[in-house]
Design a protein around this ligand. Structure first.
Ligand SMILES: Cc1cc2nc3c(=O)[nH]c(=O)nc-3n(C[C@H](O)[C@H](O)[C@H](O)COP(=O)(O)OP(=O)(O)OC[C@H]3O[C@@H](n4cnc5c(N)ncnc54)[C@H](O)[C@@H]3O)c2cc1C
Length: 339
C-alpha cells in the first residue's frame, strides 16, 4: 500500500495496515496549516454545547483508547493521557440542564456532577458549579507523529516529498508514486485534498505558561484549557469558516486571551500562537472509500480526529482488505451526484 500524507489519518492508518501484515510506503511533506500538528489533542465523548454524546462515542472511545495505548507500548513512549474534563457552568440554567441530562441513560455513564476536588481548580473562576466528563483524555499528537515519523523514515518506509497529481499513476494492476508501486494508493491529505465534499474550518489556539496553576484536568468554560505539564497549557480552539488558510490572526489571539482572562487571574505568558485547518466534511462525518480500483481516500476527520481515526482506519482496512461493506455514514459514495 502507498499512503500519501502523514497526519493523524495517515499515521493511524499506516500502523493499522502494518499490524495486519501489509507493507506500507508513505509520502509526506509537512505543510503550513496541517491539522494534526495544531490539534490540542482533546478527546471528549460529549458535545458540551448540546449535551449529547458525540457520534458513536462509546465505540469510538473504546477503540481509540486501546489503539493509542497499544501504540505507546510498541513505541515505548507516552502520548495518551486520560484525565477528567471539568466544565465550569457559566450560569444556573446550564448547571440545571447538566443535572437534567444525567437522568438520560445514554449519556449518564459519561457525565457526572461536581463538586470536584482537583488541584488548580480553586484558582479558576467558580461559575455555577462543575460538570465532569470522567472519561476524557488528551493525546499528545505531536509526540505521536514525531515518534511515528522517525521510525518510518529510519526503516525507509516514509519519504519526504510533495506528491503532485501528476505523480500518481494508475494502471491495471495497481498504482505508482515517485518510483514506488503498490496495489493501492490511499490519499490521507487532510485539508489539502482536492475533495468537493470537504468544508475546511480554521482553528487557532495558544500555548501558554501559567506559573503555579497546577491543573491536573482539562477545563472548559467557553474555551478549553488542557494541561501539558511544567505549567504549560493549550488553550483553544477557535472556529472560522472564512479565509481558512490565513494562519494565526490578531482577532483570534484577542478572542482567546479574553476568554482566558475571564477564567484565570494572574500571570500568563504566551509561548505559541498556532493555527491550522480542520478537514471537516460537509455533513461532519468522516470520508472514506475507493475512488478507483487502486485508489482510495481517508479524510473528513473534522474536529474530532483523535477520537475517530483509529475506528475509521480499522473500518477502512476491513473494507479494502476483507471486502466488508463501508458504513453508509462514512462512505464517500454518499457525496456522489445522483442523476
Ligand atoms: C486548531 C485545531 C485544533 C484541533 N484540536 C483538536 C482536538 O483537540 N482534538 C481532536 O480530536 N481533533 C482536533 N483537531 C482536528 C484534528 O487535528 C484533525 O481531525 C486531524 O488531525 C486530521 O488529520 P489528517 O491526517 O486528516 O490531516 P493533516 O493533519 O492535515 O495531515 C495531512 C498531511 O498530509 C500532508 N500532505 C497533504 N497533501 C500532500 C501531498 N500532496 N504530498 C505530500 N504530503 C501531503 C500534509 O502536509 C500533512 O502532513 C484540531 C484541528 C485544528 C486545526
Amino acid at each position: 500500500m502507498i499512503i500519501i500524507g502523514q497526519g493523524l489519518a495517515g499515521a493511524v492508518l499506516s500502523e493499522t495496515l502494518a499490524q495486519r501484515g501489509l507493507r506500507v510506503m508513505m509520502f509526506d511533506q509537512p505543510q503550513d496549516g496541517r491539522a494534526s500538528w495544531m490539534a490540542a489533542g482533546l478527546v471528549n465523548p460529549v458535545v458540551l454545547r448540546r449535551l449529547v454524546l458525540s457520534w458513536r462515542a462509546p465505540e469510538m472511545l473504546a477503540v481509540a483508547a486501546a489503539f493509542y495505548r497499544d501504540l505507546e507500548l510498541r513505541y515505548d513512549t507516552t502520548f495518551w493521557h486520560p484525565m477528567p474534563l471539568v466544565k465550569i457552568h457559566p450560569n444556573g440554567k446550564e448547571a440545571g440542564e447538566w443535572r437534567n441530562r444525567m437522568k438520560d441513560p445514554e449519556i449518564a455513564p459519561f457525565i457526572q456532577e461536581g463538586p470536584v476536588d482537583m488541584p488548580g481548580l480553586d484558582r479558576l473562576e467558580k461559575g455555577f458549579g462543575h460538570g465532569v466528563v470522567p472519561r476524557a483524555a488528551r493525546l499528545d499528537v505531536r509526540a505521536l507523529l514525531t515518534a511515528h515519523r522517525s521510525r518510518w523514515i529510519a526503516s525507509g518506509d516514509l519519504e519526504e516529498a510533495v506528491v503532485g497529481k501528476e505523480a500518481v499513476h494508475l494502471g491495471s494492476d495497481g498504482g505508482e508514486v515517485l518510483g514506488r508501486t503498490a496495489p493501492m494508493i490511499i490519499h490521507c491529505e487532510g485539508p489539502f485534498a482536492d475533495l468537493e465534499s470537504l468544508s475546511p474550518v480554521r482553528g487557532e489556539g495558544l500555548t501558554v505558561r501559567i506559573p503555579g496553576l497546577g491543573l491536573k484536568c482539562i477545563v472548559h468554560r467557553s474555551v478549553f484549557l488542557l494541561p501539558l505539564g511544567e505549567d504549560r497549557y493549550r488553550l483553544g480552539a477557535t472556529y472560522a469558516w472564512q479565509d481558512v488558510w490565513s494562519g494565526p490572526t490578531e482577532a483570534g489571539r484577542v478572542q482567546l486571551m479574553e476568554r482566558l482572562d475571564s477564567l484565570v487571574d494572574g500571570e500568563v505568558e504566551v509561548l505559541e500562537h498556532w493555527a491550522g485547518v480542520r478537514p471537516a466534511s460537509r455533513d461532519r462525518r468522516p470520508i472514506m472509500g475507493r475512488l478507483d480500483r487502486h485508489e482510495a481516500v481517508f479524510n473528513g476527520l473534522g474536529s474530532r480526529g483523535v477520537l475517530l481515526a483509529p475506528w475509521c482506519a480499522q473500518h477502512l482496512a476491513a473494507h479494502l482488505l476483507d471486502g466488508s461493506d463501508l458504513d453508509a455514514e462514512v462512505d464517500l459514495a454518499r457525496f456522489a451526484v445522483r442523476p
